[in-house]
Structure formats: C-alpha cells, structure tokens
Design a binder for this molecule. Sequence first.
Ligand code: C2E
Ligand code: CA
Ligand code: CA
Length: 566
Amino acid sequence: MTGSDSKKLMLIVDDSKTNRAILHSIFEKDYELTEASDGLEASTLLKQKNFSVIILDLNMPNMDGFQLLDMLNADPKLKNIPVIINTQFGQEENELKALSKGASDFISKPYNIEIVRHRVNNVIMTTELAQQMINTEAEKRTLEKLHHLAETDSLTGVYSEQGFCHYADELRKSKDTEYTLLRFDVNHFKAINELFGAEKSLAILKLIADRLKVLVGNDGICGRLGADIFTVCMPTDKLDAEKIVNDLEQLISKTLPGFNASIYSAIYCMNDPETSVELMLDRAGLAIQQIKGNYLDRFTKYNGLVKDVMLKEQSLTNDMEFALGNNEFCIHIQPIYDIHTGRVVSAEALVRWNHSKRGLLPPDSFIPLFERNGMIAKLDHHVWGLVCAFLKKLKDEGVEPVPISVNVSRVNLFLPSLGDDIVALLDKYGIDREYLKLEITESARTADQTRLVEAVEKLKELGFTIVMDDFGTGYSSLRVLKDMPIDVVKIDMNFVAELGSSNKASIIVKHMSTLAKALGMTVIAEGVETKEQLGYLKSVECDQLQGYYFSKPLTEDDFIKLMKKS
Ligand code: C2E
Ligand code: CA
Ligand code: CA
C-alpha cells in the first residue's frame, strides 16, 4: 500500500463520530476511507463503491451491525468483503453472534494501533488469497469441463477425434503392449437418413457407440471421428476386428428392417512411434477408400501397398481432365451373339484408357476410382458420346448397326438429367433410341432400392432398353425382377465360370434364366469361355451370349470388319 492511487477502499461504519475519527487516524495513511454513521447509510455506499474491507460497529440506530451482516451475506457481490467488527471489550456474546454471521475478525477499544493495523491487513490478505484460490479452482473446473467436452463426442459419449487421438497416443506408449487401430464406417449411411429419417440415423450412431463400448470393454478405447466414422484402439492380440464389425452389422440390420448394413473397415498397427495417431487414422481412411464398393472384401489393412495405390490413384485423378481433351479414352466393343443363329445381335461398349505415359489401361484400374471421386459422371458421358459417334460411323460406312449397350455407373443413375443428357447425345448424332441400351448393375444393397426403381422407370419412359448387368450378384435379384421394368438380364459371369464345376451354379443359372424368360425378359450370359458352358447355356434356353469363346472386346475398326464379314 504505497502510492495513493493503489490504496484499497475501506468503509468505516460507526454511529460514534469519535470512534470514526480515531479509526480514521489509524487507517488514513494506508486506505482510502469512506464513513457511514449506520447500516442504512453503509448499505447505500456499498452499492456505489467496491470496498476491500469494512470496519463495523454492532450497536447502531436504524440498521445495526448484525442486520448489515445479514444484508451482506444475502448479496453474492458483497458477501466476500471481509468485515472486521469494532466492539467494546468483553462483549463475547456479540462477537460470537457476529462470527456466526460471517465476520472475519475483531478489533476492540481501546485500540492498540499496531495490532489493529495488522489484523486488518491480515484479514484483507487472507480474503484475497482465498478469493484467488476459489477463482483458480473454478477456472480449473471450467477448463476440465471444456477439455472433457472437446474430448468427448457429445452425441454418443465416446471419445471425439481429439480425445481418441490423445488417449490412443498415451496407450501406445506402453512398453510391453502393442496396440492396433481399427477404423470403420457404415456403407450407405446417408441412405439410412433418407429411408428412416434423421432421428433414426442419430439413434443408430448412438447404438453403434454403445455397443462399441461394450465390445471394447476395458481393453482399449473407442471414439467417433465424425459422421458415421468410428475408431477403436486395442492391444493387437485382443483386437478381433471382424467380430466387432460383424456384431455391429447385425445390430444395425436388426434395427433397420430391410437395410442390409455393411461396414468397411481398416486396421493399422501402431508400431511406428514416429507416425502420429491422426496420420494413422487418415491412412486407415484411405485404405478403406480402396475397398469401397467391393462387397466381398470389406476389411483391409493399411500397408505400403495401399500407399502405392493411393499415389497412383492421385496421379490418375490429376491426369483425367487432360486425358478427356486429349482423346485418350476409347471404346472396345464386344459382340453379343444370338444363341440359336450365332449372329451378332448386339454389343457392349467397354472403355479403355490409352494413357500417354502408362499405356493402355483396363477399366478396373480407373473406373472404381472415378466412381469414388465422382469423375465417372464425366467419363460415362464421354463414353456414350463415343458410342453414338461410332453408331453413326457404322451407318456412314453402310454397315447395318446393332444396338450397343453402355455401362451406366450407379453414380450417374441418380442424376435427374441422365435421360435427357443421353437423348441429347443421340439427337446430336441422329441415332434412334433403340440402338443405345443402358446397362445398370443390380443394387448389391437394398438401401436405395426405391430410388433405383424410380430412376429406371424414368429411363424406361424415355424409351430406353434397360439391361440388368451382373445379375444374381446382388441381394435382391428377385425383387429387382419383380419391381423394375427391365428388358434384359445379363447373368453374371461368375456363375457362368462355375458352370460344370459347381452343381449349385448350374441350378442357379437355370432358374434365373427360366424366371427371367417367364417374365418376358431377354437373357444374356456373359463371360462364356468354353464349349461346355455354351452347351449348358443352350440347354437352359438362354437367348444371347457374350464371351471370349466368341470374341474378345474389339477395337472400333475390328468390330466394323467383323460386322462387314457377317
Ligand atoms: P462388365 O460391365 O461386367 O463388363 C464385362 C467385362 O467382362 C469386360 O471387362 C469384358 O472385357 C469382360 N469379359 C467379356 N467376356 C469375357 C470372358 O469370356 N471371360 C472373362 N474373364 N471376361 C470377359 P472390362 O472391359 O475389363 O470391364 C470391366 C468392367 O468395367 C465392366 O464390367 C464394367 O463394370 C466396367 N466398365 C467398362 N467400361 C465402362 C464404362 O464405360 N463405364 C462404366 N461406368 N463402367 C465401365
Ligand atoms: Ca456391362
Ligand atoms: Ca457384367
């Protein structure tokens, strides 16, 4: 308490002028003083200034010291101001009562100036210290609370990304245990939202989190990285990733009638202390991207190979736009034969990428990538254009054209403008609709079945022939036949490949064929490679055949030659 500007404010409340004068002389050097002659006056002053300490007489007119103490206690803003009671010597009963009302200390007449000063100083100091402690405690609790909030996913109660990374990082520091990360997400989770509503999809996320907690137990930790992406960190020898994933798939499917939940997952062994948990999770996410759309292999492990694939995909993605303008994409055309007459009655256009640096690339090396990053929309449109141009070329060269089917990626099927886009292309080249058939693949998952049916109906209304490709590989083949206006089914080549070696495959092919024919559809078998397969397919009344046994996909020129010959 040195310079006057830093003096603390003291309020002296006493009805005796003499007492106030004595106290004044004791404290004026160290405090900025304000005086009140009773409790009432004091209470007014307390509202106007921030006092650091009050010296209070107990016996006063109007409002006595006890009443003022009560008032202070009742006001949260004032209750922490230290109050020192100014009493007559020997009034123990009053002192006790004042103490019980929160007074801090006493001074009594006759005053020993040094003692009085010390007492007042001490009281102020302890009060301030206590106040600081309360503040830091509260701050600490608030910080802890904020921290907890940031580390916890508010929807599900499992760790947030931040919390998960933090604690997974702690876990992996353990000397004698190796930990592994599991990352996964639910395929077509957005469809849950569309089919069952937002509330249900939130409930599913909670359900997953709750079950995950049980499955992980005390062995590890789990978290939600956002959307429908969850993650687990467990000792490598205790993590049964497939069990966790299967359990969750069943749980979701059971909760959502008609929805066949599938989960894509990747594991990442945390044995490199230099790699951050965040990066590991990113990489696991990229590894999952590699297997998306692959219905049999929904489980992967991040390793160097994945990284190579990722780098290659990145460069293909970068090259795509240029390649379109540079005419690097071309079509090969595979003829489709009538089973009875052996004539070419149709064909399928299959894209190839004549990459300026990598050479001729098969579709499997870029189609799945472009389906994931959305570029397939552009590419398919480009291919349809090539096919229309080719059909025109056939006409121009005097070759009787056959209908050519093009593959319509699932991504495009839901584009509202799809039908009109194709019609515009056909018109541009002056081609009739019957010459361009559209191959779509059966929904392997039933989630967007309704949308699929609607999309197909729309195309059908525009007059297109619809071919159901890879028939039999989805989960809803029969439903597809019943609900969708399909003209042609193409029996998946995996069934054809097994004809002869698997009794079951033969039976399935036979029944699929009979059923489709009974419904008035044309049946194509694709991937026919052997005479034996051909023999069997003839016996089950298949209509058309496509496969290496007859012809591989041909270049445009070779296809024209073939057509001219026949
Ligand atoms: P897909 O539509 O099922 O096409 C049939 C695939 O089987 C073609 O492979 C064809 O070359 C091959 N194939 C034909 N006959 C035989 C045979 O006897 N034995 C065997 N083992 N294979 C045979 P390709 O050309 O590599 O195409 C692979 C897939 O890429 C296609 O499967 C299709 O899903 C996709 N694709 C091709 N072109 C396009 C396109 O323009 N757009 C889209 N979205 N996808 C395309
Ligand atoms: Ca096809
Ligand atoms: Ca196929």
